[in-house]
Ligand binder design. Structure first.
Ligand SMILES: NC(=O)c1ccc[n+]([C@@H]2O[C@H](COP(=O)([O-])OP(=O)(O)OC[C@H]3O[C@@H](n4cnc5c(N)ncnc54)[C@H](OP(=O)(O)O)[C@@H]3O)[C@@H](O)[C@H]2O)c1
Length: 235
Protein backbone atom coordinates (compact mmCIF):
# COMPACT_ATOMS: atom_id res chain seq x y z
CA UNK A 1 0.00 0.00 0.00
CA UNK A 2 1.35 3.44 -0.87
CA UNK A 3 1.38 6.29 1.64
CA UNK A 4 -1.41 7.87 -0.41
CA UNK A 5 -3.60 4.77 -0.14
CA UNK A 6 -3.07 4.71 3.62
CA UNK A 7 -5.09 7.96 3.92
CA UNK A 8 -8.28 6.03 3.36
CA UNK A 9 -7.55 2.37 4.09
CA UNK A 10 -10.25 0.94 6.33
CA UNK A 11 -12.69 3.72 5.46
CA UNK A 12 -16.11 2.97 3.99
CA UNK A 13 -16.97 4.10 0.47
CA UNK A 14 -20.33 4.07 -1.25
CA UNK A 15 -20.49 4.25 -5.06
CA UNK A 16 -23.74 4.88 -6.92
CA UNK A 17 -24.35 3.11 -10.21
CA UNK A 18 -21.51 0.74 -9.34
CA UNK A 19 -22.83 -2.24 -11.29
CA UNK A 20 -21.25 -1.25 -14.60
CA UNK A 21 -19.02 1.21 -16.41
CA UNK A 22 -17.14 3.89 -14.52
CA UNK A 23 -18.87 3.18 -11.21
CA UNK A 24 -17.86 -0.45 -11.29
CA UNK A 25 -14.25 0.38 -12.19
CA UNK A 26 -14.02 2.94 -9.37
CA UNK A 27 -15.55 0.52 -6.86
CA UNK A 28 -12.95 -2.09 -7.87
CA UNK A 29 -10.12 0.43 -7.55
CA UNK A 30 -11.27 1.54 -4.07
CA UNK A 31 -11.60 -2.10 -3.02
CA UNK A 32 -8.04 -2.70 -4.21
CA UNK A 33 -6.95 0.13 -1.89
CA UNK A 34 -8.31 -1.69 1.17
CA UNK A 35 -11.38 0.49 1.44
CA UNK A 36 -14.65 -1.11 2.58
CA UNK A 37 -16.76 -0.71 -0.54
CA UNK A 38 -20.54 -0.57 -0.67
CA UNK A 39 -21.61 -1.32 -4.22
CA UNK A 40 -24.97 0.26 -4.96
CA UNK A 41 -27.20 -0.13 -7.99
CA UNK A 42 -30.85 0.48 -8.69
CA UNK A 43 -31.25 -3.24 -9.20
CA UNK A 44 -30.45 -5.16 -6.00
CA UNK A 45 -29.28 -8.28 -7.82
CA UNK A 46 -26.86 -6.23 -9.96
CA UNK A 47 -25.42 -4.72 -6.79
CA UNK A 48 -25.03 -8.15 -5.17
CA UNK A 49 -23.39 -9.68 -8.26
CA UNK A 50 -20.89 -6.82 -8.56
CA UNK A 51 -20.03 -6.92 -4.85
CA UNK A 52 -19.47 -10.68 -5.14
CA UNK A 53 -17.16 -10.08 -8.11
CA UNK A 54 -15.11 -7.55 -6.14
CA UNK A 55 -14.37 -10.04 -3.40
CA UNK A 56 -14.87 -10.79 0.29
CA UNK A 57 -16.11 -7.93 2.42
CA UNK A 58 -17.60 -5.86 -0.40
CA UNK A 59 -21.19 -5.02 0.50
CA UNK A 60 -24.18 -4.42 -1.72
CA UNK A 61 -27.22 -2.20 -1.40
CA UNK A 62 -30.07 -1.26 -3.68
CA UNK A 63 -30.07 2.46 -4.35
CA UNK A 64 -32.16 4.17 -7.01
CA UNK A 65 -31.04 7.77 -6.78
CA UNK A 66 -34.36 9.08 -8.12
CA UNK A 67 -36.41 7.36 -5.43
CA UNK A 68 -36.47 9.13 -2.04
CA UNK A 69 -37.55 5.92 -0.26
CA UNK A 70 -34.72 3.95 -1.83
CA UNK A 71 -32.15 6.56 -0.79
CA UNK A 72 -33.53 6.69 2.75
CA UNK A 73 -33.56 2.90 3.00
CA UNK A 74 -29.97 2.63 1.73
CA UNK A 75 -28.78 5.30 4.16
CA UNK A 76 -30.41 3.43 7.05
CA UNK A 77 -29.10 0.03 5.96
CA UNK A 78 -25.56 1.12 5.15
CA UNK A 79 -25.10 3.68 7.92
CA UNK A 80 -22.57 6.51 7.71
CA UNK A 81 -19.94 6.35 4.98
CA UNK A 82 -16.62 8.16 4.75
CA UNK A 83 -16.39 8.35 0.98
CA UNK A 84 -19.22 9.00 -1.45
CA UNK A 85 -18.82 8.64 -5.20
CA UNK A 86 -21.87 10.05 -6.98
CA UNK A 87 -21.47 8.32 -10.31
CA UNK A 88 -24.93 7.20 -11.43
CA UNK A 89 -26.16 9.11 -14.43
CA UNK A 90 -27.91 9.01 -17.78
CA UNK A 91 -27.33 10.50 -21.20
CA UNK A 92 -30.72 10.69 -22.92
CA UNK A 93 -30.55 13.60 -25.34
CA UNK A 94 -27.41 13.06 -27.43
CA UNK A 95 -27.78 14.36 -30.96
CA UNK A 96 -30.40 16.97 -30.13
CA UNK A 97 -30.11 20.73 -29.71
CA UNK A 98 -31.38 23.23 -27.15
CA UNK A 99 -34.20 24.62 -29.31
CA UNK A 100 -35.77 21.33 -30.30
CA UNK A 101 -34.82 18.81 -27.62
CA UNK A 102 -37.97 17.23 -26.15
CA UNK A 103 -38.11 18.79 -22.70
CA UNK A 104 -39.30 15.49 -21.25
CA UNK A 105 -35.79 14.20 -21.95
CA UNK A 106 -34.25 17.21 -20.23
CA UNK A 107 -36.59 16.80 -17.29
CA UNK A 108 -35.71 13.13 -16.87
CA UNK A 109 -32.00 13.89 -17.23
CA UNK A 110 -32.16 16.54 -14.52
CA UNK A 111 -34.25 14.24 -12.34
CA UNK A 112 -31.57 11.55 -12.42
CA UNK A 113 -28.26 13.37 -12.80
CA UNK A 114 -28.83 16.53 -10.80
CA UNK A 115 -31.67 15.90 -8.36
CA UNK A 116 -30.75 12.26 -7.79
CA UNK A 117 -27.16 13.17 -6.94
CA UNK A 118 -28.35 16.04 -4.76
CA UNK A 119 -30.68 13.68 -2.89
CA UNK A 120 -27.88 11.19 -2.26
CA UNK A 121 -25.63 14.00 -1.03
CA UNK A 122 -28.32 15.18 1.39
CA UNK A 123 -28.54 11.66 2.80
CA UNK A 124 -24.83 10.88 3.15
CA UNK A 125 -22.92 14.14 3.59
CA UNK A 126 -24.40 15.44 6.90
CA UNK A 127 -23.13 12.37 8.82
CA UNK A 128 -19.66 13.00 7.34
CA UNK A 129 -19.76 16.55 8.67
CA UNK A 130 -20.86 15.30 12.09
CA UNK A 131 -18.02 12.76 12.12
CA UNK A 132 -15.46 15.31 10.91
CA UNK A 133 -14.16 13.43 7.88
CA UNK A 134 -15.48 12.85 4.39
CA UNK A 135 -14.58 12.76 0.72
CA UNK A 136 -17.24 13.36 -1.91
CA UNK A 137 -16.67 12.92 -5.63
CA UNK A 138 -19.34 13.99 -8.05
CA UNK A 139 -18.81 12.59 -11.52
CA UNK A 140 -19.18 15.51 -13.91
CA UNK A 141 -18.25 15.72 -17.56
CA UNK A 142 -16.18 17.52 -20.15
CA UNK A 143 -19.50 18.57 -21.73
CA UNK A 144 -19.40 21.43 -19.21
CA UNK A 145 -16.00 22.81 -20.19
CA UNK A 146 -14.34 21.20 -23.15
CA UNK A 147 -16.21 22.95 -25.93
CA UNK A 148 -14.39 26.27 -26.04
CA UNK A 149 -15.46 26.96 -22.46
CA UNK A 150 -19.10 26.45 -23.43
CA UNK A 151 -21.56 23.66 -22.76
CA UNK A 152 -21.85 20.88 -25.33
CA UNK A 153 -25.07 21.88 -27.08
CA UNK A 154 -25.67 18.55 -28.83
CA UNK A 155 -26.61 16.95 -25.51
CA UNK A 156 -28.19 20.02 -23.94
CA UNK A 157 -30.04 18.49 -21.01
CA UNK A 158 -27.06 16.33 -20.13
CA UNK A 159 -24.66 19.28 -20.34
CA UNK A 160 -26.89 21.48 -18.19
CA UNK A 161 -27.27 18.65 -15.66
CA UNK A 162 -23.50 18.25 -15.36
CA UNK A 163 -23.02 22.00 -15.16
CA UNK A 164 -25.56 21.96 -12.33
CA UNK A 165 -23.52 19.25 -10.63
CA UNK A 166 -20.41 21.41 -10.82
CA UNK A 167 -22.40 24.12 -9.06
CA UNK A 168 -23.69 21.63 -6.50
CA UNK A 169 -20.14 20.46 -5.75
CA UNK A 170 -19.02 24.05 -5.27
CA UNK A 171 -21.91 24.83 -2.91
CA UNK A 172 -21.43 21.64 -0.88
CA UNK A 173 -17.73 22.44 -0.61
CA UNK A 174 -18.52 25.90 0.67
CA UNK A 175 -21.05 24.61 3.19
CA UNK A 176 -18.71 21.90 4.48
CA UNK A 177 -15.52 23.99 4.48
CA UNK A 178 -13.44 23.39 7.60
CA UNK A 179 -15.43 20.33 8.64
CA UNK A 180 -12.97 17.72 7.35
CA UNK A 181 -15.16 17.03 4.33
CA UNK A 182 -13.80 17.68 0.82
CA UNK A 183 -16.18 17.82 -2.14
CA UNK A 184 -15.05 17.87 -5.75
CA UNK A 185 -16.50 17.40 -9.20
CA UNK A 186 -14.43 15.14 -11.44
CA UNK A 187 -14.30 15.01 -15.20
CA UNK A 188 -13.37 11.42 -16.01
CA UNK A 189 -12.74 12.03 -19.71
CA UNK A 190 -14.39 9.93 -22.39
CA UNK A 191 -14.48 6.24 -21.59
CA UNK A 192 -15.91 3.16 -23.25
CA UNK A 193 -19.09 2.26 -21.38
CA UNK A 194 -22.72 1.58 -22.23
CA UNK A 195 -23.15 5.36 -22.32
CA UNK A 196 -20.20 5.94 -24.68
CA UNK A 197 -19.65 2.63 -26.49
CA UNK A 198 -17.27 3.92 -29.15
CA UNK A 199 -14.50 5.36 -27.00
CA UNK A 200 -11.07 3.73 -27.12
CA UNK A 201 -10.30 3.79 -23.37
CA UNK A 202 -12.02 1.44 -20.89
CA UNK A 203 -13.21 2.95 -17.60
CA UNK A 204 -10.34 1.30 -15.72
CA UNK A 205 -8.05 3.94 -17.28
CA UNK A 206 -9.68 6.72 -15.23
CA UNK A 207 -10.44 4.73 -12.08
CA UNK A 208 -7.16 5.54 -10.27
CA UNK A 209 -7.63 9.27 -10.84
CA UNK A 210 -11.20 9.15 -9.55
CA UNK A 211 -10.14 7.01 -6.58
CA UNK A 212 -7.40 9.56 -5.83
CA UNK A 213 -10.05 12.30 -5.76
CA UNK A 214 -12.05 10.13 -3.35
CA UNK A 215 -9.09 9.67 -0.99
CA UNK A 216 -7.56 13.14 -0.92
CA UNK A 217 -5.35 14.07 2.01
CA UNK A 218 -6.63 16.65 4.49
CA UNK A 219 -4.95 19.49 2.60
CA UNK A 220 -6.44 18.40 -0.72
CA UNK A 221 -8.67 20.64 -2.82
CA UNK A 222 -12.37 21.16 -2.21
CA UNK A 223 -14.89 22.78 -4.53
CA UNK A 224 -12.70 21.91 -7.51
CA UNK A 225 -13.39 20.59 -10.98
CA UNK A 226 -10.70 17.94 -11.32
CA UNK A 227 -9.73 16.71 -14.76
CA UNK A 228 -7.27 13.96 -15.46
CA UNK A 229 -4.65 14.92 -17.98
CA UNK A 230 -4.21 11.86 -20.12
CA UNK A 231 -1.93 13.72 -22.47
CA UNK A 232 -2.45 14.95 -26.01
CA UNK A 233 -5.50 13.46 -27.71
CA UNK A 234 -7.03 12.68 -24.35
CA UNK A 235 -10.05 10.56 -25.16
N1 LIG B 1 -18.45 7.24 -20.32
C1 LIG B 1 -17.99 8.47 -20.48
O1 LIG B 1 -17.25 8.78 -21.41
C2 LIG B 1 -18.36 9.54 -19.48
C3 LIG B 1 -17.76 10.81 -19.62
C4 LIG B 1 -18.06 11.80 -18.70
C5 LIG B 1 -18.92 11.52 -17.65
N2 LIG B 1 -19.50 10.28 -17.54
C6 LIG B 1 -20.38 10.06 -16.40
O2 LIG B 1 -19.94 8.90 -15.69
C7 LIG B 1 -21.03 8.34 -14.98
C8 LIG B 1 -21.11 6.84 -15.28
O3 LIG B 1 -21.41 6.70 -16.65
P1 LIG B 1 -20.93 5.44 -17.52
O4 LIG B 1 -20.23 5.98 -18.69
O5 LIG B 1 -20.28 4.43 -16.67
O6 LIG B 1 -22.35 4.96 -18.05
P2 LIG B 1 -23.19 3.59 -17.90
O7 LIG B 1 -22.32 2.44 -18.22
O8 LIG B 1 -24.42 3.81 -18.67
O9 LIG B 1 -23.51 3.52 -16.32
C9 LIG B 1 -24.44 4.38 -15.74
C10 LIG B 1 -24.71 3.86 -14.36
O10 LIG B 1 -25.68 4.74 -13.74
C11 LIG B 1 -26.72 3.91 -13.22
N3 LIG B 1 -27.98 4.62 -13.06
C12 LIG B 1 -28.72 5.26 -13.98
N4 LIG B 1 -29.84 5.74 -13.42
C13 LIG B 1 -29.80 5.41 -12.11
C14 LIG B 1 -30.64 5.61 -11.01
N5 LIG B 1 -31.83 6.25 -11.13
N6 LIG B 1 -30.26 5.15 -9.78
C15 LIG B 1 -29.09 4.49 -9.62
N7 LIG B 1 -28.27 4.22 -10.65
C16 LIG B 1 -28.61 4.70 -11.88
C17 LIG B 1 -26.81 2.76 -14.21
O11 LIG B 1 -27.60 1.69 -13.66
P3 LIG B 1 -28.29 0.57 -14.62
O12 LIG B 1 -27.19 -0.38 -14.99
O13 LIG B 1 -29.33 -0.04 -13.73
O14 LIG B 1 -28.87 1.28 -15.79
C18 LIG B 1 -25.35 2.46 -14.36
O15 LIG B 1 -24.87 1.73 -13.26
C19 LIG B 1 -22.28 9.12 -15.43
O16 LIG B 1 -22.56 10.10 -14.45
C20 LIG B 1 -21.83 9.78 -16.71
O17 LIG B 1 -22.55 10.95 -16.98
C21 LIG B 1 -19.25 9.29 -18.42
Amino acid sequence: MTEKDAVAAGRTALVTGANRGIGRAVAAELYRRDIRVVVTARNAEDARATAADLGPGARAARLDITDPDSVKEAAERVGPVDILVCNAGVLLDAGTDPLSVPLELVEETLRVNLLGTWRVAQAFVPPMVRRGWGRVVIISSGTTTEFGGRLFAAAPGYSVSKSGLNGLAAMLAEQTAGSGVLVNAVNPGRLRTRMMPNQPNPPEVAAPFIADAATLPADGPTGGFLTEKRGPGRA
